[in-house]
Design a protein around this ligand. Structure first.
Ligand code: FAD
Length: 437
């Protein structure tokens, strides 16, 4: 039951930022409502492993109600928010109006195709569980179709995988597809040799992993090349269709193109009529509130907050989590008549993995690459996963595939009753609907 004397805090989005805020407000004198369009919290950093048949969706997602079930002052609502009535201090969701005294918008980001939204049909991006299982289906179907394809040109096209974007997601996808083809699938087929698959990673910038320092970018490139990935730097995609991609004068024929090149903030900034940057991120004050609206906060991938150097903070999970915690602490402090200092991000470093035993890590002044970095990456990801069950299962899964090279979730789902020739390849079926996460 809501206590009329207690401020109502509405949190939109139970991703990294929203969930952290909700947990920090648990047991405090607020009535908290968490609204999300999905009933689960998703650990996006391991989505690429679902897309490449290494993990199951349930290993990296947890029901929001379950996570917050013990928090008596936190109410969970499943629903898609479509706007905010700033003047009346109400959220618009599913035809309802939900009043708030304080609002935290933590609705994340979505794919950006740089003005080429039509490419989405041919080059799905990776943001949700549906995206990951769709990409997994596309990758595994490409091998299945190649096995029975009589035309060598089409077979080569089926066995070519293009990843657009050499940030952490693109690098991780490329390494994982290479290992899938070279190891896990190597003995499974009779007509084709999965090891002959071509994996091409296309990046417009002159190096991979631009947030990392150049020596680590170079190490990541070398590791990918050792796995057989064709890394093309300084190469921008100029066209994309059902048969592949064009990069200026060059053409890469491929039936599986994966988009890891750009993100756009959720439309929360538009709901507020906020000043935003080109990526749609709402500009926030040093305390993460919307300028002129001290009770409305925007955090995580949807917010444009400046770091100590004045540059925008990156769209990564630690930023969202620290911001969620900060806003909760600010609301608690306000309730007690205290003032808190502006938000300050503590950067503990960045990690990216390449395949099953290599990674690069940048931790303060420390630069680590290879197996030690991979161990660090593994421990960090298991530690940050939510729920003991998920941690245990993911750790066991990794240990098992480390020893056996196997990828246990090589399941092609979502095609029941279809004939092989009707199964979705890019020109035959649109990718799943995409929301803002
Ligand atoms: C494939 C991938 C790999 C990544 N790897 C890393 C990594 O290795 N390390 C790292 O630090 N970061 C990584 N990131 C980035 C990181 O996941 C994000 O920075 C982080 O999730 C941002 O947190 P957030 O709370 O802003 O949004 P999210 O965690 O995305 O949460 C947004 C929530 O809002 C909900 N939502 C959105 N719109 C609505 C609506 N209209 N109504 C209701 N609910 C809504 C969504 O369902 C979702 O639950 C990765 C991201 C992706 C996609």
């Amino acid at each position: 039951m809501a206590d009329l004397a207690r401020p109502r805090v509405v949190i939109v989005g139970a991703g990294f930022g929203g969930l952290e805020a909700a947990k920090a407000l648990a047991g405090k004198p607020f009535d908290v409502t968490v609204i999300d369009q999905h009933n689960y919290h998703l650990f996006q950093p391991l989505l690429y492993q679902v897309a490449t048949a290494g993990l199951s969706p349930a290993d990296i997602a947890s029901p929001i109600r379950g996570i917050l079930s013990r928090e008596r002052n936190v109410n969970v609502m499943l629903g898609k928010v479509s706007g905010v009535d700033v003047a009346r201090r109400e959220i618009l969701a599913e035809g309802r109006r939900i009043p708030f005294d304080a609002l935290i918008l933590a609705t994340g980001a979505q794919h950006a195709y740089f003005g080429h939204d039509d490419w989405a049909a041919f080059a799905p991006g990776l943001k949700t569980i549906d995206d990951a299982t769709y990409i997994r289906r596309r990758i595994l179907l490409a091998f299945e179709k190649a096995e029975t394809e009589p035309d060598p040109v089409e077979r080569a096209r089926l066995l070519t995988f293009v990843i657009v974007g050499g940030g952490p997601t693109g690098v991780e996808m490329a390494g994982a597809i290479a290992e899938l083809a070279n190891r896990a699938l190597a003995a499974d087929f009779r007509s084709i040799d999965p090891r002959s698959a071509r994996i091409v990673l296309v990046e417009a910038a002159p190096r991979l992993l631009t947030p990392f320092e150049p020596s680590l970018s170079e190490a990541a490139k070398r590791s990918l090349e050792q796995l057989g990935v064709d890394v093309r730097l300084g190469t921008a995609v100029t066209a994309c269709d059902a048969q592949g991609v064009s990069t200026g004068k060059d053409r890469i024929e491929s039936r599986t193109v994966i988009w890891a090149a750009g993100v756009m903030a959720s439309p929360a900034g538009q709901w507020l009529g906020a000043e935003a940057d080109r990526a749609g991120r709402a500009k926030v004050a040093p305390d993460l509130s919307l300028p002129g609206h001290p009770d409305i906060f925007v955090i995580g991938d949807t917010a444009l907050a400046a770091g100590p150097d004045g540059k925008p903070l990156p769209g990564v999970a630690p930023v969202a989590k620290q911001q969620g915690k900060y806003v909760a602490a600010l609301l608690i402090a306000r309730g007690e008549g205290r003032v808190v200092a502006p938000f300050r991000y503590r950067d503990f470093g960045s990690l990216a993995t390449i395949g099953r035993k290599r990674a690069v890590a940048q931790l303060g002044r420390l630069r680590i690459k290879g197996f030690v970095a991979w161990l660090l990456w593994s421990v960090a990801h298991i530690y940050f996963l939510i729920g003991f069950r998920n941690r245990l299962i993911v750790a066991m899964n990794w240990a098992w595939s480390y020893v056996t090279f196997q990828r246990g979730t090589r399941l092609i789902t979502g095609i029941s009753g279809s004939r092989m020739e009707d199964m979705p390849m890019p020109d035959e079926k649109q990718p799943p609907m995409r929301g803002a996460a």
